[in-house]
Design a protein around this ligand. Structure first.
Ligand code: SF4
Length: 368
């Protein structure tokens, strides 16, 4: 089958610098070092100029690392570099921040450069858990910053919550949720702790909590947040009406996107690629990418694996329009329907919420 060329409507920009390294972190990050930042931004600029095809972008997302770890001068440089990116009308422009490095001055700068969505890492409010995660959080400072952001006109704020710590129980999760709900943010992303290789937790041989405890917490979060009017629109994400993350929907809708910076992933035309993870190589201009060529069958598989993470699932008409064939002819799913592992409603194929917890076992059926 012929590969269809598709436009990239979104752009991810990776700022790998952090003020401290969290014990669970397996993201692409390095400790903040002012000596590297200007060089890094210069290479980032080169990469953008060499790749970007001047499409109007629906979403821009600056993630990390901790983008807010950059000082005002460095942030200005970053925004000047990315001012070459054209924005569509009704664009979404997000930047990730940590509360220990964000200030009202930085928020005002974000506003000046068109940022309209803020994403903050909270993870937990419990002092012992924070210590174990090698993170800090001053709850009064959190409230002040959220107030400043609101005063500046930011009306789209996400916070990240982490749970399933072996050193904390569900009562701590309840307190964390209470605090987060008191902030009245529009979007909440939740993460169950993964103990990944190369992290301090892995080296320390920390053992995860049981699947039953994890499921209890997952269901608890779902119950509390949906009662408070958040839609559980994706396996790990909750949003007030109209505030789903447009940027992340690009991924889940299997659309094309640019990824610039250390370790950033792109999906351009029929190539999924990931930049080098080595800061030394990136700064030398030696950005060796890992490339995966996607044929049409792969693309269909991604369409399902990503789309079925959403509560709306995959629309069968849209699938037929996009690929010119019926989904069932490529991936027979009758057995999954019979077993109620998927359901079909209004021509949308979905995994029912009760089965989200075993989603990966279901998605295997759509892998190539
Ligand atoms: S979790 Fe975030 S803040 Fe912590 S080290 Fe990783 S990227 Fe940096």
């Amino acid at each position: 089958m012929a590969v269809v060329k598709r436009e990239s409507n979104s752009c991810y920009i990776h700022i790998p610098f952090c003020n401290n390294i969290c014990t669970y972190c397996d993201f692409c990050k390095v400790l903040y070092n002012s000596n590297f930042i200007k060089k890094y931004l210069a290479k980032l600029s080169e990469e953008i100029k060499a790749t970007y095809q001047k499409e109007a972008l629906k979403t821009i997302y600056i993630g990390g690392g901790t983008p807010s770890s950059l000082n005002i001068e460095e942030l200005e440089m970053l925004f000047e570099i990315i001012s070459c990116l054209k924005k569509d009308t009704a664009y979404e422009f997000t930047i990730e921040c940590n509360f220990d490095s964000i200030t009202p001055e930085k928020l005002a700068l974000f506003k000046k450069y068109g940022v309209n969505r803020l994403s903050f890492g909270i993870e937990t409010t419990n002092p012992l858990s924070l210590q174990k995660l090698n993170r800090s959080l001053d709850l009064k400072a959190v409230r002040k910053i959220i107030t400043s952001a609101r005063e500046l006109g930011f009306n789209n704020i996400n916070v990240d919550l982490m749970y399933a710590f072996p050193f904390a129980d569900i009562t701590i999760l309840k307190k964390d949720l209470d605090f987060i709900l008191s902030l009245k943010v529009e979007h909440i992303s939740t993460y169950s702790l993964m103990i990944s290789p190369h992290t301090q937790f892995y080296i320390d041989d920390l053992k995860p909590i049981s699947e039953e405890e994890d499921l209890e917490m997952y269901n608890y979060i779902h119950t509390v947040l949906t009662k408070q009017g958040y839609e559980h629109y994706e396996v790990s994400n909750f949003a007030k009406k109209g505030y789903q993350s447009k940027h992340n929907l690009t991924y889940w809708h299997n659309e094309r996107y640019y990824g610039f910076g250390l370790g950033a992933s792109s999906y351009i035309n029929n190539i999924r690629s990931t930049n080098t993870m080595s800061l030394t190589n990136y700064l030398k201009g030696n950005n060796t990418k890992t490339n995966e060529e996607i044929n049409t069958l792969d693309e269909m598989s991604y369409e399902l694996i990503l789309g079925l993470r959403l509560n709306t699932g995959v629309n069968l008409n849209h699938f037929k329009q996009k690929f010119g064939c019926e989904l069932a002819t490529v991936f027979p799913y009758q057995d999954l329907l019979k077993d109620k592992k998927i359901v079909c409603s209004h021509n949308n194929l979905m995994i029912p919420f009760e089965k989200w917890y075993i989603m990966n076992n279901i998605l295997i059926n759509f892998m190539r």
